[in-house]
Write a new protein. Structure first.
Lengths: 347, 152
C-alpha cells in the first residue's frame, strides 16, 4: 500500500518536472542572486547543498540558508528579497485560480520583501504559521524560535491570514501570529525599529518558560496542515481517477478513430483534467512541505533545546509532558504527511 | 578449482581486513569522542559532526543547532562516567530503528548514511549511548547521529 502511495507521489513529481520543462505554462519565478555576504548556501529539492554565489538562480523547491554573518539579496523582475542572517528561506509552489504561483517562505529568521509595482502576479509570503497576501510593496517577515511570526509593513497594504482569520495591515503596522493561533492585534511599528534578535529572544524565553504550551501550539499548527491535506486529498484522488478514465478513453479513440481524433481528444479533454489533477497535487505538496518545514525548523529545534536543557533531569514532569505532546505531533506528521505525501528526497 | 578457492580466500581476507581496520578506526574515534565529552570540549566535538545530523528521531539540518546541542548538554555537566565500549556494528537496512522506528529516519539513513557507517554503542555507569559514525574521504570519520542517554 505504501509502495503504491509513493509511486503515486513519484508520478506526480515526474509530471511536475514535465510541466516545469516547458511542455505547459507554469508561472513560478526564478530569483537571481544579486548580492551575498558571508557563506550562504542553497539546499536543492533533493537535499544537495551548494554555496550560493552572485549570479546563481534560486527557484521553487530551493531553500536559501544564512548563518551569522551571512546576507543574500535576490531579484526577480521588480521583486527584491533580502534574506538576513540566521534565516531559512524556501520557495514553494501552489495553485490558485488555475495558476501556479510561488510562495516565499521564511521558516526561521527574517527577510525583507520589496516590489516596485503591484501587478497581481506577485508571490505570496509565508511563515510556518501565517500567509501574507500582498497588496503592498514592502514588508518584513520574522519567524521566531517557537514558530511565531511577526509581519511589519513598510509600504502599501498586506493581508495576513492564519487559521481562517485575516488582518489587513497598512504602512507602519505590524502583527504577531503565534503557532496554531489566529493573527493577534495590530500594532504600530516600523520594521527598521524592530530588533529581530530581541523579539526572537522573547519568543525563546516564552518557549522555555512554558514548553508544553509551545508544543501544543505546534501540534495545533500541524493538525491544521493535516486538515488542509485531508480536504484536498479526496479531490485529488477523484481527479486522478477521472484522468485515468480519460486516458483509457483516449487510447480507445486512437484505436477506433486514429491518431488525429486522439490528438483532438487529448488537447480538449485530457489536458484540462491533467492540469486540474496536477494543480491539486501541487497544493497537496505545498501543505506537506509546509508541515515538513514546521517539523524541521520549529518542532525539531524545540526538541533539541528541551533535550539539552533536561539532559540531566529526564524525569522532570514538564519535560515528560513536553515529550508526550511532541511525540503526538510526530505521530500525526508521520501518519498524515510523511507516509502519504513526502518522498525520500524531501527528507 | 584450487585457484578459485585461493582467490576467494584472499578476497575474504582482504574484505575482512578492511572491516577490521574500519572497526578499529571507529573504536579509536569513539574513544576520542568520549574524551571530548568528558573534557567538556563542545567546540571540538561539534567539529567532528556533520549536518544533517540525527538526534534520536530528529533530523537536524543546521550545523549551528548541532553545536548548540553539544554546548547545551556539556554546559549542563553531562559526562560519561566509567565509559565502556559495548560494540561497534556496521549499519544495515534496519539500523534506522535503533534511532526511531519512523519512515523519516529510514529516509535519513537512505539519503545520508553510507554502507561503511557504523553504530557505536557506549555505556556509562547508568546509561547507554548510540553514536552514528561515517567515513569520508581520506579516512576522516564524522559523527552523524547520536541517541541517548538510555537508562540501563
Amino acid at each position: 500500500m505504501n509502495a503504491l502511495r509513493h509511486r503515486n507521489i513519484r508520478q506526480g513529481l515526474a509530471a511536475l518536472v514535465f510541466l516545469a520543462s516547458g511542455a505547459l505554462p507554469l508561472y513560478g519565478l526564478e530569483y537571481a542572486v544579486t548580492y551575498t555576504e558571508g557563506s550562504p548556501y542553497r539546499r536543492g529539492k533533493a537535499g544537495q547543498e551548494v554555496d550560493l554565489q552572485i549570479g546563481d538562480v534560486v527557484k521553487a523547491g530551493d531553500t536559501v540558508i544564512t548563518e551569522s554573518g551571512d546576507y543574500v539579496e535576490l531579484e526577480s523582475g521588480s521583486i527584491t528579497v533580502r534574506v538576513n542572517k540566521n534565516t531559512v528561506f524556501t520557495i514553494y509552489e501552489f495553485e490558485k485560480g488555475g495558476r501556479t504561483q510561488d510562495a516565499l517562505g521564511c521558516a526561521l529568521g527574517s527577510l525583507r520583501f520589496k516590489v516596485k509595482s503591484i501587478t497581481g502576479q506577485e508571490p505570496s509570503l509565508k511563515t510556518n504559521t501565517a500567509v501574507c497576501g500582498l497588496r503592498g510593496t514592502e514588508l518584513t517577515l520574522f519567524a521566531g524560535e517557537d514558530g511565531s511570526s511577526l509581519v511589519v509593513v513598510a509600504d502599501g497594504l498586506v493581508e495576513v491570514s492564519a487559521r481562517g482569520e485575516s488582518v489587513e495591515l497598512a504602512a507602519g503596522e505590524g502583527v504577531e501570529v503565534a503557532a496554531g493561533q489566529a493573527p493577534g492585534a495590530k500594532f504600530q511599528a516600523l520594521a527598521r525599529e524592530i530588533d529581530f534578535a530581541k523579539w526572537n529572544e522573547g519568543r525563546l524565553e516564552s518557549l522555555l518558560r512554558d514548553p508544553v504550551q509551545a508544543a501544543l501550539r505546534v501540534e495545533t499548527q500541524m493538525k491544521d496542515f493535516a486538515v488542509e491535506i485531508g480536504k484536498i486529498n479526496p479531490l485529488y484522488l477523484e481527479s486522478k481517477a477521472a484522468l485515468d478514465r480519460e486516458r483509457e478513453q483516449e487510447r480507445l479513440i486512437k484505436e477506433k478513430q486514429g491518431p488525429e481524433a486522439m490528438q483532438k481528444y487529448h488537447s480538449e479533454t485530457v489536458v484540462p483534467v491533467m492540469l486540474k489533477t496536477l494543480n491539486l497535487f501541487l497544493n497537496l505538496r505545498y501543505y506537506a512541505l509546509s508541515a515538513l518545514s514546521l517539523r524541521r525548523y520549529v518542532s525539531g529545534r524545540m526538541y533539541l533545546m528541551l533535550k539539552s536543557r533536561y539532559i540531566l533531569d529526564p524525569g522532570n514532569p514538564v519535560y515528560k509532558e513536553f515529550l508526550a505532546v511532541h511525540n503526538r505531533t510526530l505521530e500525526l506528521f508521520e501518519r498524515e504527511v510523511v507516509e502519504r505525501f513526502l518522498v525520500q528526497a524531501d527528507i | 578449482m584450487w585457484k578459485k578457492t585461493v582467490l576467494s580466500l584472499l578476497l575474504a581476507l582482504l574484505l575482512g581486513g578492511c572491516a577490521t581496520l574500519y572497526r578499529v578506526d571507529y573504536e579509536n574515534k569513539l574513544a576520542e569522542v568520549v574524551a571530548l565529552i568528558n573534557g567538556g570540549k563542545d567546540r571540538e566535538l561539534s567539529a567532528l559532526c556533520r549536518a544533517p545530523f540525527l538526534l534520536d528521531g530528529e533530523v537536524i539540518l543546521l550545523a549551528k543547532d548541532v553545536q548548540a546541542f553539544w554546548a547545551g548538554i556539556l554546559g549542563r555537566g553531562f559526562r560519561i562516567e566509567d565509559p565502556s565500549l559495548v560494540t561497534v556494528r556496521f549499519v544495515d537496512g534496519n539500523s534506522f530503528r535503533r534511532f526511531a522506528d519512523a519512515r523519516e529516519v529510514d529516509f535519513y539513513f537512505k539519503n545520508y548514511v553510507s554502507p561503511r557507517a557504523s553504530i557505536g554503542i557506549m555505556e556509562g555507569r547508568a546509561f547507554r549511548l548510540y553514536f552514528l559514525l561515517d567515513r569520508y574521504s581520506w579516512g576522516r570519520i564524522k559523527i552523524i547521529g547520536f541517541k541517548g542517554p538510555e537508562a540501563l
